[in-house]
Each structure stands twice: as C-alpha cells, then as structure tokens.
Design a protein around this ligand. Structure first.
Ligand code: SF4
Ligand code: SF4
Length: 415
C-alpha cells in the first residue's frame, strides 16, 4: 500500500493495459537492472519535483528555500565563515555560469532549459541522413565522440516512456503542460560526468557546490555539442539535463551502475560521484545491457549514508514502495529519501548537500590497488569484510574548505 494518494488527473493516470504493455516490453531488462515496478506505477509529474515545489507549494516554500535560490546571486549569498565565505560563494556561483546562461535564456517564455524544459538547439536536423550500415560499430563510435566532448561515462538504453515526466511546468505560473518527445525517438544516450573529488570531500560547504555547478555547466555544453552532431547526421536528438524525464533509471538501464541507498547511481568507476545527462535520439543504436555488479548487495548491508545524513532523510530498511510525500515516484520499489527533509537541510545551508555521496565507501578513484581491492571485496561474497574494512578505515572524511584553498595557494607558490 502506498501512503500518498495519486495526484494525477484521470487523463494522465496509467491504465492497466498500458502497464501490461510495459511489463511485456521492459520486464526482462527491469529484472536485469534490479528495477521493480509495481501495479501502483504512475509516471512522475515534474510539478512534484522538490525544486519545483519550493516555488508553488506553501508546505515547502519558506524564507530558507527562497534564500537558498537567491544565494546563487552574490547580493543574497550569506557570509558564514570557512566554506561559506564570499570567495566560496563567488566560486560556486561562477561554476554554474554556463548552465545558468542556458537555463535563463528562455525564462520569459516560462522555459528553464535543462531543468524544467528541454534544451532547444539552433541546429536543425539535416536533410541528408548518414547511412548507418553497422549499428554496433556506430554505437561504439558515438560513445567515443561523447567522451571526446567531455563525458566520463557513456551508455545507451532503449527509449522508455515510463520515465518521462507526465507533465512539464511553465516557470512563469507553474502551470502544467504536455511533455512529449518526437515519435521517432528510439534510444537514449546517457552521459556520466564525474565530480571533482577534492571539492566533494568538503561537503557540506558552498565550496563543495562548485563540484555540482561545474558538472552542470559541463553537461550543458556536452549535450548541446553531441546533439548538434547527431542532428548534423540527419537524425533527431533532444539534449536533456534534469528536464523531460528521470535520468536515474535510464543510467541503470544503460548499464552504467546500480541504484544505491543514497538514491544515486553507484558506478564501478567513480562510485556515486557523478551527475548524469541524456540525449533522446532516433539514431539506430545498439543498447547496453544492465547486469548485477554487486553494488546493491553491498548497500543491503551498509547504512553509512543514512547514518550520516544530518536530517535523517535516508531510509535504513530494505527498498519499499511507500512514498513519504508527493516528491517520490509512485509504484517503484526502491530506497527513497524523504526529499522534504533533505531539501529543507539544503535550504538552511544555502547550498547543496552531498554528504551521502562523500561518505559512501564506493566514493573512490580506484587509482590505488587498495581501492581496487576494496571494490573487489565489496562486490563479491566477501562484502562483509569490505564493510569491516570501511568501518576501521573509513573513506570520505570531510576535508576543511580552508585546506582546499591553502592547497590551491601552495600549487602556485611551488611553481
Ligand atoms: S543530500 Fe544531505 S540531506 Fe540530502 S539525503 Fe544526502 S546527506 Fe541527507
Ligand atoms: S553509503 Fe553504503 S548504503 Fe549508502 S549508498 Fe554507499 S554503499 Fe550504499
């Protein structure tokens, strides 16, 4: 039984027939990806996203949430000492600058591109279409092109309309609008963008938020460039960041990682220290296959992220289909945070929090053999040994933001 009633209007509710079609089409790959969809499933409405609710929902909106968004402009950025100084906020806000340019350019039309609206390209789909004779080879090639543009991980999955938002919002008045992609879309290219580990180590701080802003700015440039390339080849491509649909199930379906207790996709290469973007395309590609990497099994015996979450927003028990409020998708059995508690902590901090990313034992670079040995143990039947290891020698200890600045100064003093 779900604890939150459906708030979808009847015309947007998913019918039993539609669920059956999806079960037949995606059941096998859902099982391989560890995704459990139940009979209560409904597509997520973007109006329910926490960041959107903070503008229209009086049960969420407060002086703290208004102050959170305002702090991304210097005149409203607070000064609270180490990690939250003028320089920390200045650097954080600068890191967002490219993403902001994209998201603000159509604000007058109610479109916050990359967040509440898909990014609109000036590049049109070319009339001449490349003949793709070898889709497997072309799929490998397009992944390399994505990496050339700057993506760290790339995977491909089938287009799966279950994860599209049931409606998108107009940011002028928060009215709901149709969220539809061109019929020709068949695949999604999912891109992973790794975050700077030394900055992540300083969470919670405004300085740490530089790692988030940097990757949104990188994402914006990379999806625009890759989608333009695909359109130049004569195929449809819609570049997308947080807009249009949920990226987490797509990243898992594309075989990039597994869903963790901290609500992040945990990858073998970077652990949870990534952001994801996507391109919806009509290219004839070969999709990747998710497999059991042993990560979720580790999360089953670990609660480090939940233990260290300041507002206790993360779950301690097994995955369940019991949304605590309207910001959780209905009908997916999974670990779900209480997003209201989480965002209210961000709002008081006046910056994003990712303590649950920093402390996760998978948050490593895997450059040293000890990190690789830990991962081998953690993803094997010896996972309890890895758990003991992390308890004895925990990774992800918070670094002081002042030390990050001192290291930066040391770099140029030693030159
Ligand atoms: S981001 Fe921070 S507040 Fe939110 S769940 Fe993670 S640790 Fe908790
Ligand atoms: S801290 Fe532990 S439980 Fe949380 S996501 Fe990481 S491995 Fe999973």
């Amino acid at each position: 039984m779900t604890a939150w009633p459906s708030n979808q209007p009847p015309e947007r509710r998913v019918s039993a027939e539609q669920r059956q079609v999806w079960r037949e089409r995606f059941g096998e790959s859902d099982r391989a990806a560890g995704i459990e969809v139940t009979d209560d499933f409904e597509r997520f409405n973007q109006i329910d996203d926490m960041f959107t609710r903070a503008f229209w929902d009086d049960s969420v909106r407060s002086k703290h949430t208004d102050g959170f968004f305002a702090s991304y402009r210097m005149k409203a950025a607070p000064r609270r000492g180490e990690g939250f100084s003028l320089k920390d906020f200045a650097l954080r806000n600068a890191a967002w600058a490219v993403s902001d340019m994209v998201s603000e350019r159509a604000g007058a039309e109610g479109k916050r591109e990359g967040f509440q609206s898909a990014i609109e390209l000036t590049t049109q789909v070319a009339d001449e279409q490349l003949d793709i004779e070898d889709p497997p080879a072309f799929s490998r090639e397009i992944k390399e092109i994505a990496k050339m543009f700057g993506a760290d991980l790339v995977g491909i999955c089938e287009h799966d309309e279950r994860w599209l938002y049931s409606a998108r919002v107009d940011t002028r008045d928060f009215s709901e609008h149709e969220n539809k992609l061109p019929d020709a879309i068949t695949h999604v290219i999912v891109l992973g963008h790794s975050m700077d580990r030394e900055l992540v180590d300083t969470y919670p701080s405004a300085l740490a938020g530089v790692s988030t802003g940097l990757e949104y700015s990188h994402e914006a440039a990379i999806v625009i460039q890759l989608a333009s390339y695909i359109r130049n080849l004569g195929y449809e491509a819609i570049p997308s960041m947080n807009d249009t649909g949920l990226v987490i199930p797509l990243a898992v379906k594309a075989g990039l990682g597994e869903y963790g207790r901290n609500q992040m996709v945990i990858t073998p290469e970077y652990g949870p220290r990534l952001r994801f973007s996507k391109i919806f395309t009509s290219l004839p590609l070969i999709h990747d296959r998710p497999n059991d990497k042993g990560i979720k099994s580790y999360c089953n015996i670990c609660t480090k992220c939940a233990d260290q979450c300041p507002p206790k927003a993360l779950p301690f028990g097994p995955p369940e289909d019991a949304p605590k409020n309207r910001s959780t998708i209905r009908g997916v059995k999974k670990w779900s945070a209480d997003c209201e508690k989480c965002f209210s902590y961000w709002a008081k901090l006046k910056s994003d929090c990712a303590i649950c990313m920093r402390v996760c034992p998978f948050n490593r670079d895997y450059v040293s053999w000890t990190d690789r040995l830990w991962r081998s143990l953690a993803t094997s039947r010896f996972r309890k040994l890895a758990l003991q290891w992390d308890r004895r020698f925990p990774n992800g200890k918070r670094q002081k933001p002042g030390d990050w600045w001192a290291r930066l100064a040391g770099n140029f003093r030693s030159q």
